[in-house]
Design a protein. Structure first.
Length: 171
C-alpha cells in the first residue's frame, strides 16, 4: 500500500462522496461534505490516497462557541471516513493526526469532535463538558470532545458549540 495523505482536489469530489457513502449507514455524511465545501470557509479537506485511489477522507469546518460574554471561533472535525475494505489499517488515525497538524499550521487553536469515546482521546481530545463546553444541550456528553492545538487555547471559553446549519439538517 502506497498511502499518502494530501489535500482534497476538485478531481477527488466524486471519490470522496463515494468513501463517505460507503463508510456510513446512509449517504447523509456524503451529502453533508458536498454542501459544506460550498458553504463553509475556511475548511480543510484531506484524503488518504492509496496509489491514486481515494480510500479515506477527513473534513474540518468552522464552528462557533456561543458564550454569555463573548463568542469565539473554532473548528469541528466531521466526518472522518475510510472505505470499509481499508478499515483497521491505521488510515483513520493518519487522517486525524495529519488533519490536526494541518489545522495547527493554518492557525486553528481548538478542534471539536462528536465521536467515539475510545478512539479520539488518543489524539489529544478530552471531554468538552469538563471545560463548560457543550453541543445541543448543557450537561455531560462523553462523546463531545475538544482538543487544544495550542496550550491554553481553551482558557476562558465556555458555552454552546454550534456547527454550520447543514449539520442540523442532516437526514
Amino acid at each position: 500500500m502506497e498511502l499518502s495523505i494530501r489535500r482534497e482536489q476538485l478531481a477527488d469530489f466524486a471519490a470522496v462522496h463515494a468513501v463517505n457513502a460507503a463508510a456510513f449507514p446512509s449517504a447523509a455524511e456524503a451529502r453533508l461534505v458536498d454542501q459544506l465545501r460550498d458553504s463553509t470557509s475556511p475548511n480543510l479537506s484531506l484524503v488518504a490516497d492509496d496509489d491514486g485511489k481515494v480510500v479515506g477522507h477527513i473534513f474540518f469546518s468552522p464552528v462557533a462557541v456561543h458564550a454569555p460574554s463573548e463568542n469565539s471561533a473554532a473548528t469541528g472535525l466531521a466526518p472522518l471516513a475510510v472505505l470499509p475494505a481499508y478499515q483497521g489499517r491505521g488510515i483513520g488515525s493518519r487522517l486525524v493526526r495529519d488533519g490536526l497538524a494541518a489545522c495547527a499550521q493554518v492557525g486553528e487553536l481548538v478542534v471539536f469532535v462528536l465521536g467515539h469515546v475510545d478512539y479520539y482521546p488518543r489524539f489529544g481530545f478530552r471531554r468538552a463538558d469538563d471545560h463548560g463546553l457543550y453541543y445541543a444541550e448543557p450537561g455531560p456528553n462523553p462523546a463531545f470532545m475538544v482538543a487544544e492545538l495550542r496550550a491554553g487555547a481553551l482558557a476562558g471559553r465556555s458555552g454552546e458549540v454550534r456547527y454550520a446549519p447543514e449539520f442540523y439538517a442532516m437526514e
